[in-house]
Design a binder for this molecule. Structure first.
Ligand SMILES: [Zn+2]
Length: 86
């Protein structure tokens, strides 16, 4: 996934947060860890096994899971930084 794809992904998530699985409002650090390590989710960017799980707090749809492999996670973080959303 390149930076343009990552930016597109972030826009898509902002527009359609319901594409992501709903997360519980009181998700803790260990829940993030458990999802990334012990559950089997595909990376939203490329379909590889996800290694990172983060919560996206949507204003319209509430907390949502975003599953990414390490490579996509780095790309998305950079794209997010450039978009000034950090
Ligand atoms: Zn990926």
């Amino acid at each position: 996934m390149n930076a343009a794809t990552a930016a597109g992904l972030l826009h898509l998530i902002a527009a359609e947060p319901t594409l992501l699985a709903a997360a519980s409002a009181d998700t803790s650090e260990s829940d993030l860890d458990h999802r990334a390590r012990n559950e089997d989710h595909p990376c939203l960017g490329c379909g590889s096994p996800a290694r990172c799980a983060v919560i996206v707090n949507s204003t319209t749809a509430g907390p949502r899971w975003l599953d990414l492999c390490s490579a996509c996670w780095h790309t998305v973080r950079r794209a997010n930084h450039f978009a000034g959303q950090e």
